[in-house]
Design a protein around this ligand. Structure first.
Ligand SMILES: [Zn+2]
Ligand SMILES: [Zn+2]
Length: 255
């Protein structure tokens, strides 16, 4: 009886959450994630910005996710993976890393745009659905403690938690530890980057037993040469993980 009264009373009215949403929209009009112009709904891009973003979609290399111009079949590998396969089992990304996505990532990283996290996590959940389905646990690429203190947050850990909210996989935020504060990778050649990250990570001993036999989803905001991801993958596999999948928000796609 009580239930029926409740439904009869509330049905003709707008749900309270909708009123709250409308009120919030009036107070804080939703803005485009990239340019900040007004948009209809929160956590969205305006049409102009959306059109500029280079989303990576199928067909792509089964291993590294490199996009192909033509469909070469589900099992197709790019030339790079055929000759020099990466240590991870598969990698996927939402966006090609270019001037537009760089703007998003830089703001997310340095300008405290942490409110953009749910939108980015939603895009990553879609791009990485197949990898998420095969993973047991999410581990973000860590920041060194000094950088974490300076910035206040690890953008990759934020994305990992956002993904976890959607796919309900556990996050081990300190599954990997940064043992060395590596100089920024920007401006270094591929060889220099590889050298720069050697010994930069180790698996947290607290997870040593739990990690064995698990499939791990590594999360990073950006992958450029892959040096960081390759090293982190090797550490996780070396500690006994069964498989490593990599999901990033943006990634350099070689021409
Ligand atoms: Zn915009
Ligand atoms: Zn490939």
């Amino acid at each position: 009886m009580l239930l029926r009264d409740f439904t009869q009373k509330t049905k003709p009215y707008m749900a309270p959450s909708l009123w709250v949403k409308l009120g919030l929209n009036l107070l804080f009009p939703p803005r485009c994630l990239a340019c900040g112009c007004h948009v209809e709904e929160a956590h969205r891009f305006c049409t102009g910005c959306f059109a500029k973003l280079a989303f990576v979609s199928e067909p792509y290399c089964l291993l590294c996710g490199f996009p192909f111009d033509y469909d070469l079949g589900e099992q197709a590998l790019c030339g790079h993976c055929m000759h020099n396969p990466p240590p991870y089992d598969a990698a996927r990304t939402v966006l090609r890393y270019d001037e537009h996505s760089r703007h998003l990532v830089t703001h997310f990283k340095y300008a405290d745009r942490t409110s953009h996290m749910p939108a980015y996590a939603a895009l990553m959940a879609r791009a990485g659905a197949a990898l998420i389905a095969q993973s047991d646990v999410i581990i973000p690429i860590p920041l060194h403690r000094k950088r974490l203190l300076a910035r206040g947050y690890n953008q990759s850990a934020l994305l990992a938690y956002g993904l976890s909210d959607r796919c309900h996989l556990p996050v081990w935020p300190d599954g990997l530890l940064r043992t060395r504060n590596t100089p920024p990778q920007a401006g270094l050649s591929r060889a220099q980057r590889l050298k720069n990250v050697v010994g930069a990570f180790r698996v947290n001993h607290d997870y040593a037993d739990a990690l064995r036999g698990k499939s791990v989803l590594l999360i990073d905001d950006v992958m450029t040469t892959g040096a960081t991801i390759h090293h982190a993958t090797n550490m996780v596999l070396g500690a006994g993980a069964k498989a490593v999948y990599v999901l990033t928000l943006a990634r350099t796609i070689r021409d």
